[in-house]
Ligand binder design. Structure first.
Ligand code: T1G
Length: 706
């Protein structure tokens, strides 16, 4: 291995650059190379100070998550101990200046905090994102961070995992200076000046911000509340709080030992496995079989959205937030005005919540141009159709787009159910057509299903992936199958929940069991939010329940006919007050009972286990069919879809990973039992049977195929 640390000397300052692409993570051999470079610079009589930085696009982005993964799966030695390195940096007799650009995350920030000074480029990000991986900072971050930024800020950073921008980090005391201009030159100048004038302080000896027990008690209580709110049911945030508590009550070395214990408790836990799985699964989604890295995406600078409704407005907002100029077209002035007013209202609400300044909101709104004609659409590099879910209307629009769009423009549809190939076929350029299935609210939800048509060209696909990244979304490429992937799986899950209530459970009991499992929302609450009418229409579009022998849910159609269309109507499966707070509705309970009586469905009680198993195994069984028919490239793609678009708890790793962890044999046996009890809708997916019988997991399958 070539030395991952490059040392150069500039004006008697040693500049140490970690060069370990792609993100300078602390892979095997990197910490020891840093340590050796520090010692060599300390020994070098021509060097008066040291600048430490990252080569390429970033500072150190943290511990190597590959080794953490190995540790999580049973090899605790894989998680390297950075203590000797950090102590060596902190005890260095020459000032060590950390020069940060890109991201200093996790172990990267922990190294930075062991330095004597920190300077950063204006666009740098600094954070302890370990909770995203189900773990806590494991290299003394919980001990040094509160010593630099105080207990409250350290708690916030370690519980939310959110990084600070350079200016915020400066205000918080985490860095000494934000550098304009050339970072290395600035850092070298800074190092030369501190080498002669400033007494070096070790972070571990700075105890003045640690507060008293009395001062800290309410901070810890608030942090636990925050954790319960933003990271419900997750173990790591509580352990991070425990570790920071140790920082305030124990001497530094003992605090570090306590942190290490808590770190290993997390690493060995099921949640770390699941969240690390999601981390790599999210990075795998853009590696598309047959799509070479050399395929260049088409440049996108102007976007046009056709349709100013909820989805169109959300997509336009997502584009404007990403700095793109976007026109929104609708057919009538009234529709356009209404759509634009909603966009404005949403921005106002964001400003009110303090998430955006008024100026920034105005700047973003100014990027959105409402238009009635196709003139602006004609100059767009990417057109996203987001009109009402109706084939005739969408085909009509695609014909118009084909006539006006410039050559090479991407023609995308935001359809959630319709056949992309059928839409492509009405144009003279099917290779330029792709589905971009956004999830509502489109400016918030991270998931983007990229629907690859039979003739979608490779560079168009690469363009869709690059565009998604630009919007900060997680794109998952799916085949043009009915309902695509997320919804195709959601329907059996939703129907099973409806069968459960028709057999005697109540919507709130089912929802409680599902949120108890960790789902962000119960399925009945989801149905009410998305609209009972929307689900009804999708059922018609997808032709569900055409086979008369198939058991079909009965109550949903009745709710639709009664105009109980969900939240927007103030009533659906639940009743909603002015604030859209749900409460159980006796009328619905009665309707369910009557319907079941008329249909002769026997009534009984259900425990939470049965509810969760029936709903989730319906989801997983369909997922197995999807993997088998190639509608996704890997099982883990489904996990990414469900964790980012359907409120599945990421700390359970997504539905396919969850099935693996339960054990595919057990899942399969239960499904066979359900088949005996409830009939052929529960026939196990052949792939599930195969994996269960050969004692393999979906994860094994992904590895075999990669
Ligand atoms: N380890 C190993 N590989 C990593 C990595 C890491 N820390 N970070 C990124 N990669 C790989 C990633 O898999 C992908 O690989 C490539 O780099 C580019 O990533 C002791 C316990 C840094 C902001 O959580 O947030 O430190 O797919 O596509 O959009 O307390 O990656 O190309 O083969 O995401 O430019 C804490 C995680 C670790 C940072 C860059 N650190 N990474 O984003 O590129 S725990 C993190 C990120 C820790 C200490 C502990 C992002 C990024 P491939 P990318 P990007």
């Amino acid at each position: 291995m070539t030395n991952p640390v490059i040392t150069t000397v500039r004006d008697s300052v040693a500049v140490l650059a970690v060069d370990y692409p792609p993100v300078n993570a602390l892979g095997p051999g990197v910490p020891s190379a840093i340590l050796e470079a520090i010692e060599a610079a300390e020994r070098n009589a021509d060097v008066s100070a040291i600048v430490f930085m990252g080569a390429g696009k970033t500072f150190v982005a943290g511990a190597d998550i590959n080794t953490l993964e190995r540790a999580a799966w049973g090899d605790p030695d894989a998680a390297c101990d950075l203590h000797p390195l950090l102590a060596r940096i902190e005890d260095c007799s020459k000032p060590v200046v950390m020069a940060i650009h890109g991201t200093a995350l996790g172990g990267g920030l922990e190294i930075a905090m062991a330095g004597h000074f920190r300077v950063a480029a204006a666009d740098a990000l600094l954070g302890q994102p370990e909770v995203n991986l189900g773990i806590i900072p494991g290299a003394e971050g919980t001990q040094r961070l509160p010593r630099l930024v105080g207990v409250a800020k350290a708690l916030d950073m370690c519980v939310t995992g959110k990084p600070l921008k350079a200016a915020e980090a400066h205000a918080a005391g985490l860095i000494d200076r934000v550098m304009d201009g050339d970072l290395v030159a600035g850092a070298v100048r800074f190092a030369r000046s501190v080498a002669v004038t400033v007494r070096v302080r070790k972070t571990r000896e700075r105890d003045e911000l640690l507060g008293t027990a009395e001062e800290n008690a309410p901070l810890f209580a608030a942090a636990r509340e925050l954790a319960a709110k933003v990271r419900r049911r997750q173990v790591a945030p509580g352990k991070a709080i425990d570790a920071i508590t140790a920082a305030t009550t124990l001497p530094f070395d003992e605090g570090c030992r306590r942190e290490r214990e808590l770190f290993f408790e997390c690493v060995k836990g099921e949640q770390a496995r699941a969240l690390i799985h999601i981390f790599f699964a999210e990075r795998a989604v853009t590696k598309i079989r047959g799509l070479s890295k050399d395929v260049q995406p088409r440049p996108i600078s102007r976007v046009a959205v056709v349709g100013a409704g909820t989805m169109g407005g959300g997509i336009a907002t997502a584009c404007a937030n990403a700095g793109l100029a976007v026109s929104v077209k609708d057919a009538t002035r009234a529709a356009l005005d209404a759509g634009f007013a909603t966009i404005r209202r949403n921005y106002d609400a964001t400003v009110k919540r303090g998430r955006l300044t008024g100026d920034a909101a105005a700047e973003r709104i100014a990027r959105i141009t409402p238009v009635l004609s196709y003139d602006d659409v004609a100059t767009a590099d990417l057109v996203i159709e987001a009109v009402f879910e109706n084939m005739e209307l969408k085909s009509h629009i695609f014909r118009e787009l084909d006539a006006v769009a410039k050559p090479g423009a991407v023609l995308a549809s935001n359809t959630s159910t319709l056949d992309i190939d059928a839409l492509a076929s009405v144009t003279s350029r099917p290779e330029d057509v792709v589905g971009l299935h956004f999830f509502s609210p489109a400016n918030v939800m991270r998931l983007l299903e990229v629907v690859r048509g039979a003739r979608t060209s490779p560079d168009l696909l690469a363009t869709a992936l690059a565009f998604a990244k630009r919007l900060g979304k997680v794109p998952v490429v799916v085949a043009n199958c009915r309902g695509f992937v997320g919804n195709r799986m959601m329907f059996p899950y939703m129907y099973e929940a409806q069968f459960l209530v028709e057999e005697g459970a109540t919507p709130e009991q089912v929802d409680r069991a599902l949120t108890g499992f960790g789902m962000a929302m119960g399925i009945f609450a989801v149905d009410d939010m998305a609209g009972i009418d929307v689900a009804w229409r999708v059922r018609q579009e997808l032709g569900h329940f055409q086979d008369p022998s198939e058991r079909r849910p009965l109550v949903a159609d009745k709710l639709y006919e009664l105009g109980r269309h969900g939240q927007k109507a103030g009533r659906g499966w639940y009743r909603y007050d002015e604030q859209r707070k749900p409460s159980p509705d006796p009328e619905v309970v009665e309707l369910i009972k009557t319907t079941a009586r008329e249909a002769g469905i026997p009534q009984r009680s259900h425990d939470d286990r049965e509810i969760v198993e029936r709903c989730l195994y319906a989801l997983i069984n369909e997922g197995a069919r999807i993997v088998a028919d190639g509608s996704v490239q890997r099982a883990s793609d489904i996990d990414v879809i469900y964790a980012n678009g359907y409120g599945f708890p990421a700390w359970r790793g997504g539905p396919m990973f969850y099935a693996d962890r339960v054990g595919l044999r057990e899942v399969h046996d239960r499904i066979l039992q359900f088949e005996r009890d409830f009939g052929p809708r529960w026939a196990p997916a052949p792939l599930l049977t195969e994996l269960a019988q050969t004692n393999r997991t979906f994860r094994d399958l992904d590895r075999e195929r990669s």
